[in-house]
Design a protein. Structure first.
Length: 275
């Protein structure tokens, strides 16, 4: 069977532009009125030939998006559940800094296969909670006072200019919108759950920075905030504040932001001391 080429007559009819074997549209007038076609292998037709583009899947032809899946694979659901449990265990000190854990051992602890555990631990490694040990498993990262100070310094560089800039422009009513998030933090601290307060604390700061309308700033700050919450390896010179004290500081900060003055030193002190 003779195959069409860039210079040959090709397959005629249909009134559509012609594409060569690389899928490029041929603009020369001599190809006007020729059908768009794609090369196919012998396994498709029993011999090498050409298939009209109409027979290509709609998504490949760019005509319609793929339908949404009816449900995501179960493996990812298990991974997310394991990830949440591991975060809670890290914050509660059940997996102390410096300890080493294998994928199979953690899988046995949660009653799942090793695959979702490894995937969850890989995500925790990206969050700075653990480090990968080839052929051994994962070691919980040891944060010290120096690392916490470095994280706090970067958080100040990201958050302080945004929040202080908003304090100069937003009306008091906008700061009051964050009152429920501050109260949720107080409730989580009163419950005594370090993991619960960690999420409530980050939710407050996401809402705070979200007023600036830049989701990239929110994402970067939230990643730094999560790293600041991981337990430290031993005592530090400046003890971390209690959950209740830190939660109460959110309301004080909102009052200062709404009042138009004195917010910057309060914000810096707040970022420097993450429970």
């Amino acid at each position: 069977m003779r195959e069409p080429s860039d210079t040959g007559p090709g397959i005629t009819g249909g009134g559509k532009p012609y594409l060569n074997v690389y899928g490029r549209r041929l603009s020369s007038p001599q190809y006007a009125g020729r059908v768009t076609a794609w090369p196919v292998s012998g396994s498709d037709r029993g011999e090498r030939g050409w298939r009209p583009m109409e027979s290509v899947a709609p998504a490949q032809a760019g005509r319609a998006p793929l339908p949404a899946p009816r449900r995501m694979p179960e493996r990812h659901s298990v991974r997310d559940q394991v990830l949440a449990e591991l975060r809670d265990a890290l914050l509660a000190g059940e997996l102390p800094p410096g300890s080493v854990h294998s994928g199979p051992a953690l899988a046995a602890r949660y009653g799942v296969s090793a695959t979702p555990v490894r995937e969850a631990m890989q995500l925790l490694a990206k969050e700075g909670a653990v480090e990968v040990l080839p052929n051994r498993g994962f070691r919980v990262v040891c944060y010290g006072e120096r690392e916490l100070a470095q994280i706090a310094e970067v958080r100040m560089l990201v958050e302080v200019p945004v929040v202080i800039g908003l304090a100069r422009s937003l009306p008091t009513s906008r700061w009051e919108e964050l009152r429920p998030a501050a109260e949720a933090g107080v409730a989580a601290a009163a419950a005594g759950s370090r993991a619960g307060y960690a999420e409530a604390d980050r939710a407050f700061h996401r809402a705070l920075l979200g007023l600036g309308g830049n989701p990239h700033v929110v994402a970067v700050a939230d990643d730094l905030h999560r790293r600041a919450q991981w337990p430290t390896a031993g005592p530090v010179q400046a003890p971390r504040p209690s959950l209740s004290a830190h939660a109460a500081h959110h309301a004080v900060l909102l009052a200062a932001l709404g009042g138009g003055g004195g917010a910057e030193p309060l914000l810096r002190a707040h970022l420097a001391s993450c429970p």
